[in-house]
Design a protein around this ligand. Structure first.
Ligand code: MG
Length: 274
């Protein structure tokens, strides 16, 4: 019964693409879903592995679709990486970054200096670099080969697109660096690393039973829920079809057509609890 797990939920960690919108189009059931959460007093945090655009740019994108969100309601793989750096490498200040200018700006705003040219970094951060050049790839490999700590913002090997191209993402760049240097990143942040969920639990003072991850992918969203020990709700409005579930090793706790149906289940669960 899904109601038993939903009864105690006070916070949802929401994937965005495929869950509340597809590409640039908001799903028709999304506004009513947020009304429902407000009515039930259930809070939410948006998460994404795609940190090629910044938190502020995501907030603008959401606003353009009619969704109001504040900075502390958005947690990207870039923020997870910053949290990791602060906790695990507190003395590191100079980074060599393969990422977009927007990502470099977020690290700079957090107090890091982004090195270029021959300047020596204290760590290397690999991300989704849409302006990657041969020279910068080689320089990153050089610093990795010199033994600098090496981390990746997220594991995705490609980024979905409807254009006739393959968007080579962070995971594939790391594979390339592995082939060239023999090293793999010592940490890969973003989904399904449980650090994102742990940060949301800490930020809001929640117990694992009070949080659910909602998303459209088994290998990222549902794997995140499983790794973090929280409820996983799969929506079928994005990248996973019902028939994909038959042979999947990882089964979600709850499967719904879309967040509209989840809103109804949460309402029913509350009524039964009350
Ligand atoms: Mg998604």
């Amino acid at each position: 019964m899904p109601h038993a797990k939903l009864k105690s939920i006070r916070h949802l960690v929401l994937d965005m693409d495929g869950t509340i919108y597809l590409g640039r189009t908001l799903f028709p059931f999304t506004p009513a879903f947020f009304d429902c959460l407000r009515r039930l007093g259930i809070e939410h945090t948006f998460i994404t592995n795609n940190c090629s655009i910044s938190v502020d740019e995501y907030l603008l994108k959401l606003k353009g679709m009619g969704i109001e969100a504040s900075r502390d309601q958005l947690y990207t793989s870039a923020l997870s990486t910053l949290d990791y750096l602060r906790r695990e490498m507190p003395s590191v200040r100079r980074l060599y970054v393969l990422g977009t200018p927007s990502l470099a700006g977020e690290f700079a705003a957090a107090g890091y200096s982004i090195v270029a040219g021959e300047e020596e970094p204290e760590a290397v951060v690999i991300s989704f670099d849409t302006g990657l050049t041969f020279e910068r790839l080689g320089k990153a490999a050089w610093w990795v080969r010199q033994g600098k700590p090496f981390i990746a913002t997220h594991p995705d090997q490609t980024c979905p697109t409807d254009r006739p191209t393959v968007l080579v993402d962070c995971g594939s760049i790391c594979e390339c660096l592995h082939a060239a240097t023999g090293r793999r990143p010592q940490a890969v942040l973003g989904k399904p690393s449980p650090l994102i969920v742990q940060a949301v639990l800490e930020r809001h003072g929640l117990q694992p039973a009070e949080l659910a991850v909602v998303g459209d992918r088994l290998n990222t969203d549902m794997a995140l829920a499983r790794a973090a020990g929280v409820t996983g709700v799969l929506v079928l409005s994005g990248g996973t079809r019902r028939e994909d579930l038959a042979n999947a090793a990882l089964q979600p706790d709850i499967v719904v057509e879309n967040v509209g149906e989840l809103g109804q289940l949460l309402t029913t669960a509350r009524e039964k609890a009350g």
